[in-house]
Write a protein that binds this ligand. Structure first.
Ligand code: 0X9
Ligand code: ZN
Length: 714
């Protein structure tokens, strides 16, 4: 399959992104024409630039603009910071639509709304009563307070590694008898702030912690759940980035300082007024593998949008690390990737960052049967997989759906019924690899989701955080609170997990270990799980565990294309124009086709391009395109091609060929199944630090395995 055609974001996906971003249909906006140039100031703005061909993307990249991570086959979202940015774009002949016309005004409006809300609100309806976004110190203080005030229910912990800037990273564990040794209860891990600017993602994690603590012993449902499970909350996975985003987002409006209200720099004010690093996404890594002194991230020169610096923690996990939707060390113009400066830079190796290693370690040592990583925004519940099912995976076979797709989807729907979000696959937003659940789900089998909280901003006015937690309108009284409770119910539901049950010497340590290779996109790395419990004084244990076989090695189904087309047609074209020009050919498809493949070939080693449209009434809707470099031939593949009249537009970019050939082939899809394999844990029983017995244990979802280790482990 031509990798360029299977674009990172297909047309459907592009529409989903628009909807996901909560953006109304685009309004084309002309550039502002100043009536009084002295009073005019340039507003930094968010725009989408049309890039119908790869050439256009390459050209756009040479202009030195702040390209965002929101890019598709035929567009790139760009932040314009200065009139010079705008001039560069326009003189290069690009067309665009405006999304947020004035980022400073929006930032100021949000800050004012936050102040006003805090002013008029004594105690918000949130479990903590907070009325404004927490700072990093607030988070850490809240965790200390919760642990101190509830010593039997809450235990604070420090994650094993400090951040790149040398900060400690904290979490809390909540559950009845939490300070006692692990006795086999399953864990629900709730996280926030992998991405620095996504402030609500930490708030909601923290509020859930308050909620559980407030209601233990009062609310029946919560009390029951906290007797059966442990809830681990790590609200700020990326403290360096978050601290910067949260505190470096103040606005410097030079017009306000200058009492004439006139921009003293003649239209250049905005670059100074652009919020510092309020829109930082990644961690604080400056040079691969090197730590930096605390506070120095603030002093590094970053783009005004804060996009440039760091590793994207949500591309740094080991699962399929290095695959689609994650930028590598070398800039890749074909995918609008800019190496370490890219918003989705995955780092030099899987788990290269201390912040992701922390979570890896946590998941390794526990039976995390449920994991939610909060992000903002788009009102989505995302489930594995991160890449579309037709993508050819590391094993050379289409990745298909997750083996647990049915159950993952079902629980997603249950949570979506509470928060009103769209329940979709991760790849339906856009292809990603190296995300949190790409690793956690595939290495442990514990269910994992990404929540994209909120409609249309990374950190909206605070009242929206309140609404997202408690639900509003149709979802009043539900919201993410109820979604998390549904997740917690699933955490303890043994229909979906294994249970190891039985007798062993009292006080013995039982350990489940598994060593394996986790696949990256092009290789693999040595990985393991290692969790342990203590046998009770009564000499009994009941241990809720994830299945011993990893999803990544389980049998899965996928769609493949039949070897031979069931219908073919050839169109000979020419003579062609020697200069830039295009010719349209019509082609009628009578019934929906699993795969329509269109190849464009010509005898000379130069450059044609191909665009494919579907007629909708009078309109032509673009459904595919291929714009390879000179010398390469063009191919467009349309999956589930609708019946209708297609227009195949052959563009002569720089070809001297007098003729060309269009080959049209229609294929059926066939369902295939991978072989799959089974894996087991090694269960050891240790007394006084010595291994007394060791055996292989296979366990599946919903299975209860009875074991008597009294003899073997004496
Ligand atoms: O790109 C991301 O990391 C997430 N979106 S965000 O705007 N918060 O940055 C989405 C990741 C989606 N994919 C998976 N979780 N698999
Ligand atoms: Zn995010």
């Amino acid at each position: 399959m031509n990798p360029r055609i299977r674009s990172r974001r297909g047309p459907l996906v592009a529409a989903a992104i628009l909807a996901a971003l909560g953006l109304a249909p685009l309004t084309p906006v002309a550039t502002s024409s100043a009536t009084n140039p002295a009073k005019e100031y340039f507003a930094p703005r968010l725009i989408t630039v049309d890039t119908p061909h790869r050439d256009a993307k390459e050209k756009l990249q040479t202009l030195g603009l702040d390209l965002t991570e929101h890019a598709g086959r035929d567009y790139v979202e760009v932040v314009l910071h200065t009139p010079a940015d705008l001039a560069a774009l326009e003189s290069a002949g690009f067309t665009y639509d405006v999304r947020i016309p004035d980022l400073i005004r929006r930032g100021m409006a949000v800050a004012a709304l936050n102040d006003a809300y805090a002013e008029r609100t004594l105690v918000s309806p949130l479990p903590s009563g907070r009325d404004t976004y927490r700072t990093l110190e607030d988070y850490n203080a809240d965790m200390v307070t919760l642990a101190e005030e509830n010593p039997k229910l809450v235990e604070g912990f420090t994650l094993p590694l400090q951040s790149v800037e040398g900060r400690d990273i904290f979490g809390i564990e909540i559950g009845k008898g939490v300070t006692k040794a692990d006795s086999g209860k399953p864990t629900f891990l709730l996280m926030g702030l992998h991405h620095a600017r996504e402030w609500p993602s930490g708030e909601l994690a923290m509020e859930f912690a308050f909620d559980l603590v407030n209601n233990f012993g009062k609310d029946k449902r919560i009390t029951r759940l906290l007797k059966k499970a442990r809830v681990m909350v790590v609200p700020v996975v990326n403290p360096d980035g978050f601290d910067l985003s949260r505190t470096d987002g103040e606005f410097v409006d030079l017009r306000a300082i200058n009492d004439t209200g006139v921009d003293p720099l003649g239209g250049q004010t905005a670059i100074l007024a652009t919020p510092g690093q309020a829109y930082k996404r990644k961690n604080c890594r400056v040079i691969d593998g090197q730590s930096i002194p605390t506070g120095s991230c603030r002093a590094t020169l970053a783009s005004p949008g804060g996009f440039l610096l760091g590793v994207d923690l949500n591309r740094n996990y080991g699962g399929f690390w290095g695959g689609p939707g994650a930028a590598g060390q070398t800039p890749n113009p074909a995918e609008v990737e800019t190496g370490p400066l890219d918003p989705t830079y995955r780092g030099p190796a899987p788990f290269s960052e201390p912040e992701t290693q922390n979570i890896q370690q946590l998941v390794r040592e526990r039976q995390v049967t449920m994991l939610i990583s909060n992000h903002t925004f788009s009102n989505l519940i995302l489930r594995p997989n991160g890449v579309s099912p037709t993508t050819i995976g590391p094993d050379g076979i289409p990745v298909g759906n997750a083996p647990d797709e049915k159950e993952l989807k079902k629980l997603g729907a249950k949570m979506a019924a509470a928060n009103g979000y769209a329940n979709i696959h991760g790849w339906q937003l856009y292809d990603t690899t190296g995300t949190t659940e790409d690793w956690s789900y595939n290495a442990t089998g514990g269910f994992g989701y990404t929540f994209e909280i909120g409609a249309n901003e990374f950190h909206p006015p605070f009242p929206q955080v309140v609404d997202e937690y408690l639900g509003t309108g149709r979802y009043e009284g539900k919201g993410n609170r109820e979604a998390y409770l549904a997740a917690l119910e699933h955490t303890v539901d043994t229909r979906f997990h294994g249970v190891l049950k039985g007798k062993a010497p009292k006080g013995a340590t039982l350990r489940l270990r598994k060593d394996f290779d986790s696949p990256t996109w092009e290789s693999s790395f040595e990985d393991f799980l290692d969790s342990s419990i203590k046998v009770s004084k009564k000499g009994r244990f009941s241990w809720v565990v994830n299945p011993s076989t990893r999803p990544v090695v389980r049998s899965r189904t996928y769609q493949a294309v039949a070897d031979e087309p069931f219908d073919s047609k050839t169109i000979e074209g020419g003579p062609t124009e020697p200069v830039i020009g295009s010719v349209d050919h019509e082609y009628v498809v009578t019934e929906k086709t699993d795969l329509l493949r269109i190849d464009l070939d010509w005898p000379t080693p130069d450059d044609f391009d191909l665009e494919v449209y579907l007629k909708k009434g009078e309109e032509l809707v673009e459904v595919g395109s291929s714009g390879n470099l000179p010398g390469e031939k063009e191919q467009v593949e349309l999956v589930d091609a609708a019946a209708g009249t297609y227009v195949l537009r052959v563009l002569n970019y720089a070809s001297v060929s007098p003729s060309y050939t269009l080959q049209l082939d229609r294929f059926d899809a066939v369902t295939k199944r991978t072989k799959g394999s089974k894996e087991s844990y090694t269960l050891t029983c240790e007394v006084g630090g010595k291994v007394r017995s060791s055996k292989k244990v296979f366990i599946d979802r919903g299975q209860v395995k009875k074991l008597d280790l009294r003899r073997a482990c004496r």
